[in-house]
Design a protein around this ligand. Structure first.
Ligand code: BGC
Length: 409
């Protein structure tokens, strides 16, 4: 491995259960059925992107929005973990699907738990350190019916589920991520109304944010009481806000940083052993925050700005917690920018480490092409391409680039 990275640095890839496993049934499954046609029609907003001619057939097809068999990772995890190992990675981030483990309130499914146990052993056999995400956006149908994340009992339910996972897997898993991007979930599901349950009510939004803060604290307690040696964090999705320099821009940048990057984090920092950082966005603040698109963009139109990773790492250093980059990636079906992007991102990480930031791992999103929520399958985030029809896996050239960076080349 590259000697500029600290000894024991984790190089990994990341997935989430619902996006790759297939065969799930939860609040999203129900929602997809009702919304597939609408989402297909709405995809026309991407028409102005250069990638549109390549993705439009999929984007306009309602089937694209049905998660279905996804990447069939549930049945193919051994093959997929072989691919992760083949890339030279030494860690792997995955999530457990709550609706599989607790399909009915309070009843845990032994077969599902055993299946996850087999997955974790398969990681260990391949010397991939498991980073387990307890919750990555989806809810069991029974909980959605009871009000989901808005329910006053949400933290109680999710802490019981987290405790059960810790009881089952505590001896095999050291790294625990309680919640994935709670701020994105709250915003998309309860403020913008674009994800289930499609609420757009600021009161509901704040209530859910508070419930998620409480959820993290109680999950932390539940995991810790089962496994003392656990290292417990959560994954957040900060934006690198860059001020254009006027007094107003500086003021607005400070406010944006506070509300978007730190509000939730500040409330749970005491109950964190590490910060999981998902980096995707850069926003130039010039009178207003603006996701400026004048550099390279992804197939989804997101600006590719890997240098921002160094800035956000520096910004987070004052929290004085170890940082793992639990996600960083791009939709790039032709693999035109991914290799460059990984190299630049890891250069940014190295540079932050040299400046003294305690960064201990980097997980690329994603190992596999997967189900990108309300965009369905057309965005291709995988180091490994998954053929939608045959489910055949093919390594993209960027996987080789990642491998050579890990080797220190
Ligand atoms: C989420 C992933 C998602 C990725 C790309 C993150 O916000 O955790 O589930 O696929 O970004 O959009």
């Amino acid at each position: 491995m590259d000697d500029l990275f600290p000894k024991g640095f984790y190089f990994g890839t990341s997935t989430s259960a619902y996006q790759v496993e297939g065969g799930n049934h939860n609040d999203w499954t129900e929602w997809e059925k009702l919304n597939a046609s609408r989402l297909a029609h709405g995809s026309k907003k991407y028409k102005r992107l250069p990638s549109w001619p390549l993705v439009k057939n999929d984007a306009l097809d309602p089937e694209n929005y049905i998660s279905g068999i996804a990447a069939d990772y549930w049945n193919r995890f051994e093959e997929d973990l072989d691919l992760a190992k083949g890339m030279g990675t030494n860690a792997y981030r995955f999530s457990v699907e709550w609706s599989r483990v607790e399909p009915e309130e309070g009843k845990f499914d032994i077969e599902a738990l055993d299946h996850y146990r087999a997955m974790i052993s398969a990681m260990r056999e391949r010397k991939l350190e498991p980073f387990l995400t307890v919750w990555h956006f989806t809810l069991p149908a029974w909980l959605a019916e009871e009000g989901g994340a808005r329910s006053k009992d949400f933290s109680k339910y999710i802490a019981r589920y987290a405790g059960k996972l810790a009881q089952e897997f505590g001896s095999d898993v050291k790294f625990w991520i309680t919640l994935n991007e709670p701020e994105i979930f709250a915003r998309n599901s309860y403020l913008f109304g674009i994800w289930p349950p499609q609420n757009d009510n600021p009161f509901a939004y704040f209530k859910v944010l508070k419930n998620l803060v409480r959820a993290h604290r109680e999950m932390h307690r539940a995991i810790r009481s089962e496994t003392e040696s656990a290292s417990i964090g959560f994954s957040t999705d900060p934006t690198y806000f860059e001020s254009a320099g006027s007094k107003w821009d500086n003021w607005l940048t400070a406010k944006a940083k506070y509300y978007w990057n730190n509000w939730l984090l500040d409330r749970i920092i005491k109950d964190l052993d590490f910060i999981g950082l998902n980096y995707y966005f850069h926003s130039r603040v010039n009178l207003i925050p603006n996701r400026n698109l004048n550099e390279k963009i992804s197939d989804m139109g997101w600006e590719l700005y890997p240098r921002g990773l160094e800035k956000i790492l520096e910004e987070f250093a004052h929290h004085e917690k170890p940082i793992y980059i639990t996600e960083n990636g791009l939709a790039d079906m032709n693999d035109a920018n991914r290799g460059w992007f990984i190299r630049e991102s890891l250069t940014a990480v190295k540079s932050a480490i040299k400046k003294g930031v305690d960064v201990r791992g980097y997980f690329h999103w994603s190992l596999l092409d997967n189900f990108e929520w309300d965009k369905g399958f057309w965005p291709k985030f995988g180091l490994v391409e998954v053929d939608r029809r045959t489910l055949r896996r093919t390594l993209r050239p960027s996987a080789e680039i990642y491998k050579s960076i890990i080797k220190g080349e």
